[in-house]
Design a binder for this molecule. Sequence first.
Ligand code: ADP
Ligand code: ASP
Ligand code: MG
Length: 446
Amino acid sequence: MLVLKFGGTSIGAPERMKRVADLVVTAKGRKIIVLSALSGTTNALVEISNALKGSNSDHAIDLINSLEGFYNEFSKKLFKTTTYHSLGEEIISRHFGLIRLLAAGKFDDRTGRELLAQGELISTEFFHALLNERAVESRMLPALHFMSIDENHEPELDKITERLLLLTKSLERHEILITQGYICRNHINEIDNLKRGGSDYTASLIGAAVKADEIQIWTDIDGMHNNDPRIVENTFPIAALTFDEASELAYFGAKILHPSTIVPAQKFSIPVRLKNTMDENAPGTIISDSSEPGKIKAIAAKDEIIAIKIKSSRMLLAYGFLRKVFEVFEKYHTSIDMISTSEVAVSITIDDDHAINEINEELMKFGTIEVDYNQTIICIAGNRIAEKDGVLKLIFNSLGTIPIRMVSVGGSRNNISLLIETIHKKKALNLLNEGLFEANVKLVAH
Ligand code: ADP
Ligand code: ASP
Ligand code: MG
């Protein structure tokens, strides 16, 4: 069994969705197709939701009308026959009827999440209808029937597996199964989601549940690049990454993958292949167990980081101090990304500010606190790079005079992380690209 996930841009225009249908039909064997919403839709739904939360219902209605107009145009170009044009209209009016109903009632978080789910629900219905129009047999596998998260928002892989195995067994005769990325049910059975970009995570969870031969993430670029192609010049695709390397890069900001994507696939050693819908012959990136030690593979950056420094003379020679500090973060369900300690101070970074005031108040009991906002973590990943001679020197030489707030080496053998101010990010990533990747060729050659 294969799992093939297509992102928003891959299906965001009628011609592209048709191209995806061709790809799905030519791919051999049984497969589960995971689709995102058409590109721009989830952003539009978020905007509608914000307008409703702000009680700006006139603006929300304008946005809903214009989104519906986009779908009507899309449907006209997607389907060939009048029967399917009517089916397209029926799908649109059903979902937009619901969207208007949600917008007219009391608007809360639950309604907001139901609104956000409409993007994936519409795209999969369109795709299913498109295959039907071409007389290609396929079946829907509704994500809301099997994908679930617990009270901590963690996917329930065991339950997902159990439900999915029953469902796929009942559809045994069918080669193409279509499901929605991103959406799920929560512990009180409400409609929920796996956070923005979550369709990649859906694909990996399904791959792990059905023990797929491979999980393929089809997007608009030819694989994981060595650096963020949106802000760095001369980036290039990486042919192969280990699960650990890919995991670090996704967690530390490589937008091509949702941060948790690799976890379920790695658990069962299921290879993840990143492919380009716009250029299907490009080799893409394969993520698996095999490795190429000592090579710097890629750089990623994660923004909106907050650094907290706790300075206390009580820390000097005291045991138990760090435990007390960590307990504060645990109490407020805030995870820590980087840590750096000296004899009298500890610096910590977090990316979740929901309880920052409460955390700071409690930390003040231990000493003086300094908080810096607008920080960026830069992650340099490669299998065992932390053990490679000369890597740190290369990194620091490349960065020149850019001020570095924190450094983390040795936490993992596959990652070196730096904390800088976000204003220096673009320059830092470009300098590292020049310095590390030219030099990397030399490092590898010797
Ligand atoms: P999809 O809609 O298919 O999920 P995304 O927009 O979420 O696609 O992810 C693909 C985009 O990720 C690319 O177009 C690229 O701009 C961006 N990106 C950021 N960092 C990287 C990287 N290291 N390698 C490849 N793409 C990256
Ligand atoms: N449609 C969702 C989003 O835009 C999920 C995804 O695309 O992966 O975030
Ligand atoms: Mg994405």
